[in-house]
Design a protein around this ligand. Structure first.
Ligand SMILES: [Zn+2]
Length: 460
């Protein structure tokens, strides 16, 4: 079919995943193409000079790249309950400004936490009509809610999240390693991944909590061993249960060889890291600079370079924001006390330029960024219409100028709160437009949909 498109984008540079290229390594080849869209889906990928016609036609020159819309599977939206930290309208507006077309919301930091079907419905009710991009939900695994996992999966959560150490949220307590393994067994039968905050509660308790303005003291209070031990426990639980385990926000590069060897042995294990672990460095964080506080913490420069090596060899599957917003008061901005400050970094809108700027210096191409920030997260979340430009996928695109640069100005940030460790940085990669199911998100009205798992329910 070559005519009758709603939209036709002729791009000198498009990241296309053709059927022949459907294996992950080769996904997102850069080529000139005409992408035809009908009813919000990509229905044809043709040579750029194809004679097809459409209701609306856009021509993109070689200064911009047509990428698949980004998928960020690690976002704390906080509404309802803590909407003053962040909400669906502000988070999704910031996402669209940053080239993201799909978010998956974490099950904690809102009230209630997403640990039952009733709580999921409350979240959806709060989100409905407010979202500028598509939004899916992770469910939570906490002590005592194993019976809720199958109903939550049937109700459409894309997978589940648990903590092995204190989450910072009283109504989202951590599970023991035994409870994690039990949950992995239940989720294996529901064909859902378990995302794990891999810091060990026992190891953390032995070190204690550091207060004060010194970043070095804060870093010393969250040593790599806390993560290393927990990653070991995740690997063995996944091996024994046969469930799919995913390590969120990996920060300790020590864990990379363990993850790689477990995968070689066939353990169903994936891992993500975040822009702050790949771009920031402990040596450069000033005392009192609590905008940089997160847990696990930003570590040394040498650790950061090893994480890039993990991305290069595929041990780290992808990159997501872990956007964890807070008010300036919560970030303890006046006192600069790392003990008192909220542990979380806001970067949703800036992830693409932050990563691209650092990646290109290390010899990566924009197709690598699409694999890390779109294809990979979509695959974890089981979103079969997201993360690629290919026939049958949603027409979600990001038009980015990779060689254009800008200075991060807090006035341009659309998160509810503008505090970010990237303020004042010069970054490459300006997002010119974001398309959600074939229409520009800059058009205004919120058109985002609430996504549900399309997983088979044959297990229950
Ligand atoms: Zn998080």
């Amino acid at each position: 079919m070559s005519t009758g498109f709603d939209l036709l984008i002729r791009a000198s540079r498009a990241l296309i995943c053709t059927e022949e290229l459907a294996n992950e390594e080769l996904a997102n080849e850069e080529l000139a193409a005409a992408v035809g869209v009908r009813d919000g889906s990509v229905t044809a990928v043709m040579p750029v000079d194809h004679s097809a016609t459409a209701g609306s036609e856009i021509e993109l020159d070689s200064s911009v790249v047509l990428m698949p819309g980004l998928v960020d599977s690690h976002v704390h939206i906080c509404e309802p309950g803590n909407t003053e930290w962040e909400g669906f309208a502000s988070a999704t507006r910031a996402a669209a400004a940053g080239g993201i077309t799909t978010l998956v919301d974490m099950p904690l930091d809102s009230l209630p936490s997403t640990v039952s079907v009733a709580a999921l419905e409350t979240k959806r009710e709060a989100a409905r009509g407010q979202c500028h991009v598509d939004v899916g939900f992770w469910g939570g695994v906490i002590p005592g809610n194993l019976g809720e996992l199958a109903p939550l999966r049937r109700a459409g959560v894309l997978g589940f999240k648990c903590f092995l150490a204190d989450s910072g949220s009283e109504d989202f307590p951590p599970v023991t390693t035994g409870e994690m393994e039990e949950a992995l067994g239940v989720l294996r039968d529901l064909d859902a991944p378990l995302l794990i905050h891999a810091e060990s509660a026992e190891a953390a308790a032995a070190v204690g909590i550091a207060g004060g303005r010194s970043y070095a003291d804060y870093l010393a209070s969250r040593p790599r061993g806390i993560e290393n031990l927990a990653v070991c426990q995740v690997i063995e639980a996944a091996r024994r249960s046969g469930g799919r385990a995913h390590v969120v926000h990996l920060s300790s590069s020590d864990a990379l060889p363990m993850i790689a060897s477990a995968r070689r042995e066939g353990v169903a294990l994936t891992a993500e890291t975040c822009p702050h672990y790949l771009v920031l460095a402990a040596e450069e964080i000033a005392d009192g600079a609590t905008a940089f506080k997160c847990s696990p913490p930003v570590r040394e420069r040498a650790n950061r370079e090893l994480l890039w090596g993990g991305l290069r060899d595929g041990t780290v599957d992808f990159v997501v924001s872990d956007h964890s917003p807070a008010t300036a008061e919560m970030k303890a901005v006046p006192s600069g006390d790392f003990g008192a400050a909220w542990g979380g970094i806001s970067s949703l809108q800036l992830g693409l330029p932050v990563i691209w700027t650092a990646a290109r210096r290390r010899g990566f191409c924009i197709g690598d960024v699409a694999r890390w920030m779109s294809t990979g997260p979509a695959r974890l979340a089981g979103l079969r219409r997201k993360g690629r430009i290919a026939v049958g996928y949603d027409a979600d695109f990001c038009v980015v100028a990779p060689d254009e640069s800008f200075i991060v100005d807090e006035d341009d940030i659309r998160h509810r709160h503008r505090i970010t460790p990237y303020a004042g940085r010069k970054l490459d990669g300006v997002v010119h437009e974001t398309f959600l199911r074939g229409e520009p998100t800059s058009a205004g009205a919120p058109r985002g949909q609430l996504l549900s798992s399309q997983a088979s329910t044959k297990h229950g």
